[in-house]
Design a protein around this ligand. Structure first.
Ligand code: NAD
Ligand code: TYD
Length: 358
């Protein structure tokens, strides 16, 4: 796929989408049409870098709105769709699954239907080069025991939360549109991302924010749940590589080769903050660690086997956890105004919903 044409991105004002859009505009000559509903997780400040750039068109709208998606596809005739838009937080899916079903399942279905109609109408050359890349998660594979092998692309789906179940459903729809209609789809299933612009409801930015505010650092359960951590710009590079070199109909697991228990992640963040923020009244920041009631159905371990994307496409992550987490903590230290701006009434309400009775 060429990187000079127009691409259509959904959810490009969220954490990963915004990193992807900023990089795409910075590093290619292409144009991005960015459709985002601006839910609590969408933030135009994440796109300040491309504001006013003629190669970025932001559209405030919903992927569930077929007429809007049809109009954008007809007006812009993109050569690829990169689908990030989703409800993405497991704890929110436990408190209120409805939006997850609506956006992740019905929204993906609406988008697929609109894209299929657009794709069928393209001339033969354009149809052959067209790509629909669906951004998904390793959580669809379920939970691993300590001695289990990491997830490969052939692992059976065993989603355990409303979030992962809704993403699994969307993956199945995407797969079906390839097998039934021949739509040239690609799916990526990646591990936990971290880095700049991540909303402070997820573990890493929440811990940095709370530590800076001298608040407790909530660790669910015993803190020994394991995740694989992927620095966001490595993920964006993987998506670009799959768009360019991925085989249609295939799925690619994307991981950072950084499996770690949550407690260790939090301790590393605290140690970096002790060093980079020596004027803090809370040193050592690890003294703020507080064990709280576990998440219901909390998956014990995720681990990604990312050998397929390396073997077939040549992508490997650049960042180790040590380099990525240092950059991330530094970014949050330098962007405390960004964090302050997202701490609206709605954010405070969420903190009270999720943490007050733990
Ligand atoms: P995010 O929650 O930060 O952002 C989601 C974006 O989608 C927001 O800008 C939001 O406004 C937008 N959106 C939500 N509903 C919409 C709708 N109906 N129409 C249009 N826009 C809508 O999410 P993220 O962390 O950037 O994740 C992006 C994608 O990557 C998601 O599909 C997620 O499942 C997947 N993913 C994320 C991670 C991670 O660690 N963050 C890991 C694996 C996979
Ligand atoms: P999270 O960032 O919500 O990502 P996911 O659930 O998609 O993996 O959580 C990462 C891990 O951190 C997960 O095992 C849950 C745990 N966690 C805490 O221990 N405390 C918290 O306050 C949060 C938000 C998460």
């Amino acid at each position: 796929m060429s990187e000079t044409g127009k691409i259509f991105v959904t959810g490009g004002a969220g954490f990963i989408g915004a990193n992807f859009v900023n990089e795409w505009v910075r590093n290619t000559d292409g144009h991005v049409v960015n459709l985002d509903k601006l839910t609590y997780a969408g933030n135009l400040e994440n796109l300040a870098e491309v504001e006013g750039n003629s190669r970025h068109t932001f559209v405030h709208g919903d992927i569930c709105d077929r007429a809007t998606v049809d109009r954008l596809l007809a007006d812009h005739r993109p050569c690829a769709v990169v689908h990030f838009a989703a409800e993405s937080h497991v704890d929110r899916s436990i408190h209120g699954p409805d939006e997850f079903i609506r956006t992740n399942i019905n929204g993906t279905f609406t988008l697929l239907e609109a894209v299929r109609a657009h794709w069928v109408g393209l001339d033969e050359g354009a149809r052959g080069g067209f790509r629909f890349l669906h951004v998904s998660t390793d959580e669809v594979y379920g939970s691993l025991h300590p001695a289990d092998a990491p997830f490969t692309e052939t692992k059976a789906y065993e989603p355990n939360s409303p979030y992962s179940a809704s993403k699994a459903a969307s993956d199945h729809l995407v797969r079906a549109y390839f097998h039934t209609y021949g739509l040239p789809v690609l799916t990526t299933n990646c591990s936990n991302n971290y880095g700049p612009y991540q909303f402070p409801e997820k573990l890493i930015p929440l811990v940095i924010r709370n530590a800076l505010a001298g608040k407790p650092l909530p660790i669910y359960g015993d803190g020994m749940n394991v995740r694989d951590w992927l620095y966001v710009t490595d993920h964006c590079a993987a998506i670009r590589a799959v768009l360019k070199g991925g085989k249609v109909g295939e799925t690619y697991n994307v991981g950072g080769w950084n499996e770690m228990p949550n407690l260790q992640i939090v301790k590393e963040i605290c140690a970096i903050l002790d060093e980079l923020h020596p004027q803090s009244p809370c040193i050592p920041h690890a003294s703020l660690i507080t064990f709280v009631r576990d998440r219901p159905g909390h998956d014990r371990r995720y681990a990604i086997d990312a050998r397929k994307i390396e073997r077939e496409i040549g992508w490997r992550p650049v960042e180790t956890f040590a380099t990525g987490i240092r950059k991330t903590v530094q970014w949050y230290l330098e962007h405390q105004d960004w964090v302050a701006n997202v701490e609206s009434g709605a954010y405070r309400e969420w903190v009270s919903t999720n943490y007050s009775d733990r």
